[in-house]
Design a protein. Sequence first.
Length: 51
Amino acid sequence: MWATRAEARADIFRFIEVEYNRSRLRRHPEFGYINPLEARVRLQRDFTPAA
């Protein structure tokens, strides 16, 4: 168990952001069945101005 509520919240947030969101797939053909991290990388790449 956690000593404080803040520690519990931090661990839960870390789990969701690091473990869950990086491994789950976006289950829709529009997203290409990729995980949220890959979707974010692709989106940033698409909006990066060409030199």
